[in-house]
Design a protein around this ligand. Structure first.
Ligand code: DGL
Length: 269
């Protein structure tokens, strides 16, 4: 009965945590491709190959549904994987759409033509690969008109978080917010477009100021997963939950335990 959750590393835990809170009766099998993190500095082909391999492992372990709790993989690999076709009874979904639906005040699956929305100036913080894919802007353009998006590629933040160096991560967040504000002095909303960044949400909010609404994906993705599973109960899959990593299980477990403030034990993928 497990749903697969994939990320290059520890960032997807922010989505997993929200999903576990929203759907406490469900098992989740989490896969961290820690040996190859960060993905955000890789090219699209590389991200696609790594993502497909990990998703295949989760499908093979009995998950019918895999969530790419990674914007970089959602931006660079999801569409190609879906277009190439997935095995019968299996599904892979990304994390962009629930966030953009929230930003554009849409109900789940509302595919009506793009329209004007309240928010006009949006700051997007994401990895270099997500920013250069322009996938966020493309998905937004399907749903809204007249929204000015300024993207800031936040080099180094994921590495610092994966290394547990939160002081460096905080300093980098401040400098990326400063860089963004030089391009867009008064954003109304800020998107944390990388699942690692909610671990630094306070630093983003403090640097942006209280008047900027910060959107992160955990609760939004959890809510849309609950809705999806209610409509597609066959997607629950079989096999149990747990935590897999391509990295060193003991150091990845230590870091995950520190972030989620509860014991997390990873095993070798
Ligand atoms: N957490 C990921 C994301 O949402 C990946 C970051 C990375 O590996 O660079 O983009």
């Amino acid at each position: 009965m497990a749903v697969g959750i994939f990320d290059s590393g520890l960032g997807g835990l922010t989505v997993l945590n929200a999903a576990q809170t929203r759907l406490p009766e469900l098992d989740f099998l989490y896969f961290a491709d820690s040996a190859h993190a960060p993905y955000g500095v890789r090219d699209a082909e590389d991200i696609y190959q790594l993502t497909r391999k990990a998703v295949n492992e989760l499908w093979g372990a009995g998950c019918n549904l895999v969530i790419l709790a990674c914007n970089t993989a959602s931006a660079a690999a999801l569409r190609r994987m879906q277009e190439e076709g997935v095995p019968q009874g299996k599904r892979v979904l990304g994390v962009f759409v629930p966030l953009i639906e929230a930003l554009t005040e849409r109900q789940w699956g509302d595919n009506s033509p793009p329209r004007e929305v309240e928010v006009k100036h949006v700051a997007l913080f994401a990895t270099p690969a997500t920013v250069s894919s322009r996938a966020f802007q493309r998905e937004l353009a399907f749903r809204a008109i007249g929204v000015d998006v300024e993207a800031q590629a936040c080099g180094g933040v994921v590495d610092a978080i994966e290394d547990g160096d939160m002081i460096l991560a905080e300093a980098l967040v401040r400098s990326h917010v400063d860089a963004l504000k030089r391009k867009m002095p008064e954003p109304q909303a800020a998107i944390l477009g990388c699942t690692h960044y909610p671990l630094m949400e306070e630093a983003f909010q403090a640097a942006l100021g209280p008047e900027v609404k910060v959107y992160s994906q955990g609760d939004l993705v959890a809510e849309s997963l609950a809705d999806y599973l209610a409509r597609h109960p066959d997607m629950l899959g079989d096999g149990g939950g747990g935590y897999l990593t391509t990295g060193n299980p003991s150091s990845v477990s230590d870091r995950a335990t520190q972030f989620l403030r509860r014991q997390i034990s990873f095993q070798a993928a």
